[in-house]
Write a protein that binds this ligand. Sequence first.
Ligand code: NAD
Length: 431
Amino acid sequence: MATANPMADEMRRFKGNDEKNPFEAMSERFDRAAQLLGLEDDFYKVLRVPSREIKVYIPVKMDSGHIEVFEGFRVQHNFARGPAKGGIRYAPDVSLDEVKALSAWMTWKCAVVNVPFGGAKGGIICDPIQMSQGELERMTRRYTAELLDFIGPDKDVPAPDMNTNEQTMAWIMDTFSMHARHTVTAVVTGKPVALGGSLGRREATGRGVQFVVDEAIKRFDLTPAETTVVVQGSGNVGGIGATLMFDKGYKIIAISDVGGGIYNKKGLNIPEALSYQAANKTFEGYKNVEFVSNSELLEIECDVLAPCATENQITSENADRIKCKILAEGANGPTTPKADKILHDKGIFVIPDILANAGGVTVSYFEWVQDRMGYFWREDEVNQRLQEKMVASFNELCRYADKHRVDTRTAAYMLAIDRVAYDTKMRGIYA
Ligand code: NAD
């Protein structure tokens, strides 16, 4: 579909390339894990496809007075273990295949950290940077109204993702509550703390990345002070992850945003660099560093590489030039299946996305629990419970990988599929 946005058209074509199609990447890994598990054909057929794909057209009155119609999706991949759970993304290059992949990853992610949710994801094809707050609010409310029958605390619980935030969640919660005729805080997570959000949710994904990196470096007999880290992305996951690791004594030697990054092999002062980026909307011009492109940044020699920006960053084209010991995937789908094999042959230890960035959904689960109890925890309690969950899940995954003699990514898929298949079978979700 050609649109008025050539960048979006280009990105859609890019995503049409097989290696970089996220749903194909998810399916390839699913197939391999299902085969190694010996998953029965019946359950293979059930779990390989989403449960429901919803497509909506959202008419919105723009500030100029004309009406624009936006295309939106909500894909609910699986409900075997509980309500579906997953973010909503606003971007020009959102596609149904991407949302399908992200919804399946949510199912596997929730199963890896053993929280009682299935997977879902939503998205609207739009250019949020060009839209006013009023336009975004009207679009969000109309999208929510279209989905009223499908979302809810016991059905499907949305959360923020790229270009959506606490404000977006507050609008969704309010629209849902208007129709329910009472306040329903547990319909979304990632809300403002004052409206039933959880302390620690904003930092949870970056904090979760830090917790699993803390565990992984022990396998290499490294301490934080001896560990060099490269972070791609400086948003919610990358920026907060880098700050927390910096505070813990890690040496962060490079960080980037969409326009490129900065590198200093002696280490960066992360809070200072992020303040500079926030004030100038770029890292360019920051003193005493080398400016690098995002592709150069990924190839810097380091102990830990944390891609925390977007999909398809490590592919068959650059995987052989990656020089880290540990790959901690803060983003969803930063590595393609073809790259997996190359990284494996190089002996790189991968903390797969469905574990590494699961801190976000874990604290979302805590938020949902707190909303339903109407009783809220202290921030240190939230962080403590998150740490217990991430450390236990990391160790369980490593044990599973050793037992089955597979790499950690395959192990994560096997563990998740095994759990979801068991619940599907016990419930008899195929009558
Ligand atoms: P964000 O919008 O806050 O930050 C994204 C960062 O990546 C920004 O610094 C941006 O400049 C940079 N970036 C964007 N496109 C890029 C590109 N093509 N190349 C290089 N850099 C680019 O988003 P976020 O919430 O930090 O999410 C980042 C990734 O983590 C996404 O894959 C998202 O799905 C995943 N994730 C986020 C959460 C969460 O709680 N926020 C949870 C799990 C997974």
